[in-house]
Design a protein around this ligand. Structure first.
Ligand code: PGA
Length: 263
């Protein structure tokens, strides 16, 4: 029998919640939303800035939601100013980490080899990586989407073993669809375009690891997700959930998305 796959929703809080007061208000409002329930069949993950990882982890402990980092270094410890490592993330009971987000790839020079090292560092520590990939507007206009995605996935996975594959959450985020900030207008792909992309990812994984491994993996969509576009982008397209930026800044709106994913 096929294993039932839970839907996934990730709150990528990015560099927001600027003060302790703002963070506390967020957590308070989130606790209220969690109490309302209605998301039992969804894996809900909050990725706050690293300075708030511990407070999120403590406040949300035992509340059926998970906490993750937005990035890690591939080394465990040492002379890496400004970085945090997988054992640190694990040490405060966070369970997930976003890796290879386009804002790190394009803004901070993170390449596929670094992504590969980070994925392995997370897996080694038993942390679930949320592996982001996606094409830019320019790459899409040049008709290079397939090549770009294939390279990001093949080089990102590198020598990761087939056994570890199902531990990774794949996250397709077309860079051109990511919102530039709350309320900023954005263009998003339609459900057919996302479905085609999903098929491409499954094909890449099938060629590298075989069909049964490809069957197991979970793939989410990210890029301007809100209540109006969740259904076409994340459900009708056959995706396994959503990676949410802007809309995750309001717990009420974000948890409503989680409930919409709950079957
Ligand atoms: P967005 O961000 O929902 O604000 O477009 C998504 C992301 O970058 O992860």
């Amino acid at each position: 029998m096929k294993k039932h796959k839970k839907k996934i929703i990730v709150a990528n809080i990015k560099m927001n919640l600027l003060s302790v007061l703002e963070r506390d208000n967020y957590l308070k409002s989130l606790e209220g939303e969690i109490k309302k329930g209605g998301f039992d069949d969804v894996e809900v993950i909050f990725c706050p800035p690293s300075v708030y990882l511990e407070s999120f982890s403590k406040t949300l402990k035992g509340k059926k939601v998970f906490v993750g980092a937005q990035n890690i270094h591939w080394e465990k410890k040492g002379t890496f100013t400004g970085e945090i490592s997988a054992p640190m993330v694990k040490g405060i009971n966070a369970t997930h980490v976003i890796i290879g987000h386009s804002e790190r790839r394009h803004g901070l020079g993170e390449d596929n080899e670094m992504v590969n090292r980070k994925l392995k560092a997370a897996l080694e520590e038993g942390i679930t990586p949320i592996f982001c990939f996606g094409e830019t507007r320019n790459e899409r206009d040049l008709g290079a989407t397939k090549d770009v995605i294939t390279k990001q996935i093949i080089e990102g996975l590198g020598d990761i073993s087939p056994m570890k594959l199902s531990k990774i959450i794949f996250a397709y985020e077309p860079v051109w669809a990511i919102s530039a900030g709350p309320g900023m207008p954005s263009v998003v792909p339609n459900s057919n375009e996302i479905m085609e992309l999903r098929i491409l990812v499954k094909k890449i994984i099938t060629e590298k690891y075989g069909a049964s491994r490809a069957e197991e993996i979970r793939i989410t969509y990210g890029g301007s997700v809100n209540a109006n576009i969740l259904k076409p982008t994340c459900l009708d397209s056959g995706m396994d959930g959503a990676l949410v930026g802007g809309e995750s800044l309001i717990p009420l709106k974000f948890m409503e998305l989680a409930r919409m994913l709950n079957k």
